[in-house]
Design a protein. Structure first.
Length: 285
């Protein structure tokens, strides 16, 4: 980014230069990212940047350094330390998967299928995004969030503090995990690792923990046993919804069917790609 030795540059000019640099680096939303970084450094709202005085030397140096890191495709959320998700902000950083906007669609579905005072388990919870959303938007619900990675679990615990959701450090597919809730749960959600190893991903994904992104068996190594475990947690008629790779649009509902679920259905994201599957545990005869 051009550097004015006198520091006589407005925030609007600094943002414009940063946006050009990020665009050249292949960042998908260069202007928005530049504005968000400037807002983070300056403490101003994005709309105020257009008319604000320029940054002092220290803030300009901090901004330039963050823009340079974003140009290497380090996730914006790692640089600001937070990720917007539905109506809240989650703390994120190295060691935890950054929640994506498409996962909000899974939350929409979950809230629509959660009975009053219902019990929820969010498996493979990561940063706790889904559990946080359900617990804060439906305070009548009882929510457990299960995550097995100790680094991610630290972020999850922090994000869920004060929400009433219960963080659980455990392997979601293990038969003993929350076994005391077997047959009593109304809803299970999950955003498990599901990307097949051979799939090419955006450079930003390289900064996510690989164990939260990739899975063996064409991306199904966690999904298949998780469907079985979810069936164990749920009461008859309870619902399971999980996110999956866009190559799983046909196989994901089939996994639900062979695991004892009815009404198995796949759902597209806003771009029209297969994104999550849902099913209802069969009622007892």
């Amino acid at each position: 980014m051009p550097n004015d030795p006198d520091g006589a540059v407005t925030w609007a000019e600094a943002v414009a230069a940063a946006a050009s640099l990020l665009a050249a680096a292949g960042v998908a939303s260069p202007r928005v990212d530049a504005e968000l970084l400037a807002a983070h450094v300056s403490g101003l709202k994005r709309g105020q940047l257009l008319v604000a005085d320029g940054p002092d030397a220290a803030r300009r140096a901090e901004f330039d350094a963050l823009v340079a890191r974003r140009a290497t495709r380090e996730p914006l959320q790692h640089l600001t330390g937070s990720a917007a998700f539905r109506y809240g902000e989650l703390a994120v950083g190295p060691g935890v998967f950054v929640p994506r906007p498409e996962t909000e669609l899974l939350v929409d579905w979950a809230l629509a299928h959660l009975p009053e005072g219902g019990t929820v388990i969010d498996a493979c919870s990561g940063s706790g995004a889904v559990a946080y959303a359900i617990a804060t938007e439906r305070p009548d619900a009882r929510v457990w969030a299960v995550e097995m990675d100790p680094d991610a679990f630290e972020w999850l615990e922090s994000n869920l503090e004060g929400t009433g959701a219960v963080p659980v450090l455990a392997d979601a597919v293990a038969s003993g995990t929350l076994a005391e809730l077997d047959g009593q749960v109304d809803l299970v959600t999950a955003n498990p690792p599901y990307v097949p190893f051979e799939i090419e991903v955006a450079p930003e994904v390289d900064f996510d923990p690989s164990g939260a992104v990739y899975a063996a068996e064409a991306g199904l190594a966690v999904i298949q046993p998780l469907a079985v475990r979810a069936a164990g947690w749920l009461r008859p008629g309870g619902w399971f919804g999980f996110e999956h790779d866009d190559t799983h649009g046909t196989v994901a509902p089939e996994i639900l069917r062979v695991s004892g679920f009815t009404d198995a259905e796949d759902h597209d994201d806003l771009a029209g790609r297969p994104r999550f599957a849902t099913g209802r545990l069969g009622l007892l005869p």
